[in-house]
Write a protein that binds this ligand. Structure first.
Ligand SMILES: Nc1ncnc2c1ncn2[C@@H]1O[C@H](COP(=O)(O)OP(=O)(O)OP(=O)(O)O)[C@@H](O)[C@H]1O
Ligand SMILES: [Mg+2]
Length: 236
């Protein structure tokens, strides 16, 4: 089905709002670009709020940013357009598509997720975030089963953890029953920018622990996704 697609798609999703989908999407994209300058990365923002596509304007060339709002309303971008944009990017060598999605049920955005090799699901360790996160992952797992596909592989990212947090058992216990791997955590940092006003991405967080954690996350994603390691792990 996806044969001929050389690039990797990374889909940032969670039906819970405010868990850090856009934040991790933006910083991780920029960090992956730093780690792998040869990669041609396209940002596809499907959230009608347009947060990441607006904020990344100061970081990426405009032709590498596509705002393709997919709501349940009629003014949303039609699926075949998004499908075409993603596929024509992924047929290129050394290409990547990073998708930021809106909160809410997976709905028809599932068709976009299906084009992606990996889904990145951020969550805090609070039960109010973990519960909908688990529900979301269960929904994706059952869809993958229905479609007879093993992708997108799911990577859960503990986000906004307390810097002193040592115990991730609530998440790792929940993860045992799910078809996921857990990435290194990202702590809660006040330096994380809230709005598009003056967003300068990694430039403003260099030399901080946040930078190191984003680097750790990006390296984890690169090593698992680009190498095909995830395909091996999930095949077992
Ligand atoms: N590691 C972090 N440290 C501090 N603040 C963070 C962190 N991650 C995210 N935030 C903040 O939490 C809020 C929600 O983050 P973000 O907008 O990325 O979530 P989201 O999942 O994309 O939300 P939505 O569902 O509305 O799209 C933002 O104000 C963001 O700046
Ligand atoms: Mg968002």
């Amino acid at each position: 089905m996806l044969s001929g697609l050389n690039g990797k798609g990374l889909f940032f999703g969670n039906m819970k709002g405010g868990v850090g989908k856009s934040t991790l999407c933006m910083y991780t994209l920029e960090m992956i670009q730093r780690l792998k300058p040869e990669l041609d990365i396209l940002l596809v923002d499907t959230d009608p709020q347009a947060s990441s596509s607006n904020m990344m304007q100061s970081i990426m060339p405009p032709e590498k940013i596509r705002f393709m709002p997919m709501g349940d309303r009629y003014d949303g971008v039609i699926m075949s357009t998004v499908d075409g944009v993603i596929k024509s990017q992924l047929v290129k060598d050394d290409s990547m598509v990073v998708v930021d999605s809106a909160a809410g049920k997976i709905g028809n955005i599932w068709q976009v997720a299906l084009l992606c090799n990996t889904m990145i699901v951020p969550t805090s360790l609070s039960w109010t975030d973990m519960q909908p996160t688990i529900e979301y992952i269960e929904e994706i797992d059952s869809r993958k089963e229905d479609y007879g596909t093993t992708t997108p592989h799911i990577i859960v990212v503990p986000n906004r953890t307390s810097p002193n947090q040592r115990d991730y058992s609530l998440l790792t216990d929940a993860a045992k029953n799910l078809n996921v791997i857990v990435a290194p955590p990202v702590s809660d940092f006040s330096i994380v920018k809230q709005s598009s006003h003056n967003f300068r991405g990694l430039k403003d967080v260099e030399g901080t622990r946040f930078y190191d954690e984003i680097k750790g996350l990006a390296e984890f994603i690169v090593s698992h996704v680009m190498s095909g390691e995830l395909d091996r792990i999930f095949a077992e």
